[in-house]
Every structure is written in C-alpha cells, then in structure tokens.
Design a protein around this ligand. Structure first.
Ligand code: NAP
Ligand code: MG
Length: 479
C-alpha cells in the first residue's frame, strides 16, 4: 500500500489472495489494510492538503502528473498481464479503455491545467450603496476519498485520480478487493518514479470493505467521496456522507436501451447484437435492453440468435475473445439467479442461460438472450451485470421512447436508423447522461460521463468532471 509517501505492508501483517477469475487460481496477494492503516492514510492526506504546497502549486501538479503519465506509458507491458489476470478482462480491451487509452487520456486533464480559468472577474456591482469588484476563484476541495469497482479497475482509478490531483486535492484511493493489484502497482510508480509529495496520494487495499471503506466514507477529515459502483452502495455513501456533509460524486448502475428503428440496417446493428457481451456484460453503460420494432421483430430475433450463438468467448488472454469470465463466483451466481427470474417471469429464453460446457474453470456464463420481455419484468429493470440481453418489442417511436425511459436508471443508450434527424430527435428525448446515435461514440477524455436518476450524481471526465473536484469562492473588494 502507499501511505504517507511510504510503500508499506498492512499494520496487521496480513495479506489476502487475488484470484484470477478465468482460472480460479491465485494470481497474487495483496496487503489487507486495517482501520489503523486507513486512519493513517486519511491523516496523511489531510496534512498534505493543509500543509504542503500541492493545493496551490499548479506547476508542480502539472510536472508530477506528466511524470506519472510518462512512467505509466513505459510500464504498459508490465501492467497489462496484471489487469487481465485480476479483472478477467479480454486482453484486447487493455489496448483500449482498460489500459492504454486511459493512460493517453490523462494528457487531457494535464493540459487542461494550462488553459483552465482558475479566476473570473465579475466586474463592478453596487450593493448597500457601495461599489465593489468581485472575483470568482476556483480552489481544490480538500481530501477526496476515491472508491472504485472491479470491472474497469485501472481506468476508473485513473479517471478519479487524475482530475482529483490536477485540481489540487489530496486523495485516499480504496480499490475493489477483487482488483487491488493495478492500484498497488500505481502506488509503487507514484512513490518511486514521481515527485508527488508524501501524503498527496494514499492507496489502501483490503479484503473487507466494511472495515476500511466505511472509515473512508464517514471520516470528517474527508471532504468528498468519488465513487463508482452499485446504486445500493452509492445511496449508502450519500447517507453516511450526509453526517459530515461531504460532497459526493456517484457513478452508478445502468439499464440502457438500444433503440433499433424500423429503417435501420438490421444485419449490421442487430446482427452484431452479441457485442453487448463485451467483458461479459460487466460495464455500466452497456446497452442491455434492445428495443425492436414489431414490424421487423422476427427478422431481428433471427439475427440475434445467430449473433449470440456464434459469439467467441473464453480465455481472456486470447485476443480473439471479447468476453471472458465474470469477476467472481458471487457475481456469476447473481447473474444465474437473475436468468432464473427471467424464465420464471415468462420471458422466452432464446440463447444461453447457463454455464458453458466447454470451459472447465472460470466464472463463465453463456451469452444469453431473452426475447418477448415485458418492459416491467425484473430482467428489464434490474442491472444484471452479465452477458444477458433483454429484447423488448415496440409499436412506434413514441412507444420506444416511453419504454427506454421506463427505468429507474438513466446512464446511457443508443438509437440507430437511416434518418439521422429522426434518430437525433429520439436521442434528445431519452433521459440519460450519454446516447450513441448510429454507432457514434460519445466516450472521450473531454466528454462528461454520468447518469440521471438512480445512475448517479455528477459527471466524470471533461471540464464538468474536473470541476467536481473544485470549490468556488467569491471575493469582493472596494472599487
Ligand atoms: P459495490 O459493492 O458497489 O462495489 C464497488 C466498490 O465499493 C468496491 O470497492 C466495494 O468493495 C466498495 N464498497 C462496498 N461497500 C462499501 C462501503 N460500505 N463503504 C465503502 N466502500 C464500499 O459492487 P459489487 O457488490 O462489487 O457488485 C454488485 C453490483 O454492482 C454489480 O452486479 C453491478 O450491478 C454493480 N456494479 C456497477 C459498477 C459500475 O461501473 N457502475 C461497477 C461494479 C458493480 P467490495 O467489492 O468489497 O464490496
Ligand atoms: Mg460489494
């Protein structure tokens, strides 16, 4: 772990196993941090914020973050197998969003430091018979607690760490117990290869989140919690945070709809439907509901059967696979339980529905499609976080929009059709934080990402994401 500038073992001397979900073998071990360790990390972050120059020295931050990015660039091939082993992610994804592109994307936040408007003059104003000048100043918040999940572990660690640090905060990062090794790797690089001052970054790993996670989200010395994970834990963080009025950034679950319009290119759009199984469906923004027009429903169902039956998956180190295992046996059993619920509630199982015969080890679930799904059914409403697609028929555009918005979530979505204006019109009516139209990609370092309703509060990436980590101060002085 990294605490107060030192690479340390847990104070209790205990380590825990990190399991490779594709092989069920132990991939490594990690320090099992204690409450004492977490308290020390928060104290170090507090001191570094209050007493070091980090919060005020933009040039220092720019230089240190550039060092970190350049070192990560050099260490890519050491890190890559580590991420694949602990997350079970297809290696192909590490050449993009699981590793390489998120290191590249750090540059955007680093460069933002050169052009960000830290101060804004409002000019003169008369109040109580006095004319004053006003200036609006942006300042870091203080100590940020960063709590991250296991699905895109390194990307999410960097997506929080980079803007939090660039903005001038000090941080305590608590990675998920399933995927701690990429975070401790990051800690080693920060400690050994950068000039980031002691206490600015602290990384505490542990097997039991109730022990160290609760300390981080409840401690009065922590000003903010930035969290990605389940809606249930997000609500808990907001509730606990309210006691000390912490700022919260929450990036939570999704149940995003993919609206296929009647004039869409079905072989391309529906015929590649199994791509939603990428990383075994363990992505919050994946479109897990497909809405098909009744006029072309049977054609769509045939294309989906073909797509899911032929989708290659298995060993994540094989670059031919876009889908590996689920993260652990608990998640696999949770997904299988929801598949059972789908059957019981009367949806028609088209493909999959169980564990594959051809893979002896690993927490795999077959690529699975349910058709004729009721928009209110559990599998159309709950985030499954597995390779499971729910197909829902619709009557017309208004019906499609109504079904898409019939969700407590509001994270993402997609619309595809031959007429761009029509598709864009529908995209504007979907109540979600991001929408892809005709296969267009919204994702980028400058693109604010986040959810409406139960999908979260706030945005990650872009200027909006950077400003999540800032306070605003207004100063008045006589003309
Ligand atoms: P989770 O409990 O929300 O885990 C996310 C992170 O929060 C982990 O680091 C977790 O550690 C930590 N955490 C949990 N309870 C905490 C607490 N009281 N205080 C501080 N930190 C705490 O998610 P999960 O149980 O691993 O997965 C369950 C479901 O969450 C999935 O099926 C999926 O629907 C959803 N999920 C969504 C995302 C996303 O990207 N939006 C990511 C992952 C999961 P522990 O793992 O030890 O609990
Ligand atoms: Mg959990």
């Amino acid at each position: 772990m990294l605490i107060d500038g030192e690479l340390v073992e847990a104070s209790g001397g205990v380590r825990f196993d990190v399991v490779n979900p594709a092989t069920e073998e132990v991939a490594g071990t990690c320090a099992d941090g204690t409450v004492d360790d977490m308290n020390r990390a928060i104290g170090a972050a507090r001191r570094a914020f209050d007493e070091s120059g980090w919060s005020t020295d933009v040039a220092l931050r720019r230089r240190c973050l550039q060092q970190l990015k350049d070192e990560l660039d050099r260490e890519k091939e050491t890190l890559r197998p580590l991420i694949v082993a602990e997350a079970g992610t297809p290696v192909l994804l590490t050449y993009a969003v699981q590793q390489d592109s998120c290191i590249d994307d750090m540059q955007w936040d680093i460069d933002l430091l050169d052009r960000y408007e830290w101060e804004r003059e409002l000019g003169e104003h008369e109040f109580f018979g006095m004319r004053s000048n006003r200036v609006v100043v942006k300042e870091p918040l203080g100590v940020a607690g960063l709590v991250t999940p296991w699905n895109f572990p390194f990307m999410l660690n960097l997506s929080k760490l980079t803007p939090a640090l660039a903005a001038g905060n000090t941080v305590v990062l608590k990675p998920a117990p399933d995927t701690p090794s990429n975070a401790t790797f990051l800690g080693r690089i920060i400690a050994e290869q950068t000039d980031i001052p002691a206490g600015v970054v602290n990384i505490v790993t542990g097997e039991d989140p109730a022990a160290i996670g609760e300390v981080l989200i409840s401690d009065p010395r922590v000003d903010m919690v930035s969290f990605t994970g389940s809606t249930a834990v997000g609500k808990h963080i907001m509730e606990v945070g309210s006691r000390t009025l912490k700022r919260v950034f929450l990036e939570l679950g999704g149940k995003s709809a993919n609206i296929v319009l009647d004039d869409a290119d079905f072989p391309t759009v529906v015929g590649n439907g199994a791509m939603m199984c990428t990383h075994a469906g363990q992505g919050c923004a994946i479109t897990t509901r497909m809405l098909l027009p009744r006029s072309r429903y049977d054609e769509g169902v045939d294309l989906l059967r073909e797509s899911f039956e032929t989708f290659a998956y298995g060993d994540p180190t094989d670059p031919a696979h876009m889908m590996g295992p689920l993260i652990n046996s608990r998640q696999r059993d949770r997904v299988l339980g929801l598949i059972d619920t789908g059957r019981r509630e009367g949806a028609r199982l088209l493909v999959g529905g169980g564990v594959p015969d051809h893979l002896e080890r690993g927490y795999f679930v077959e690529p699975t499609v349910f058709v004729d799904v009721d928009p209110d059914a559990t599998i159309a409403q709950e985030e499954i976080f597995g390779p499971v697609l729910a197909v829902i028929p619709y009557d017309d555009d208004d019906d499609a929009v109504r079904i898409a918005n019939n969700s407590r979530y509001g994270l993402s979505g997609a619309v595809t059709g031959a007429d761009l204006d029509r598709a864009m019109g529908i995209a504007r009516r979907i109540r979600t934080g991001t929408v892809s139209v005709n296969g267009g990609q919204w994702f980028g370092p400058d693109t604010p990402f986040g959810g409406y309703r139960s999908s979260g509060i706030g945005r990650e990436h872009g200027v909006e994401g950077f400003e999540e980590y800032l306070e605003t101060k207004a100063i008045g002085y006589p003309v």
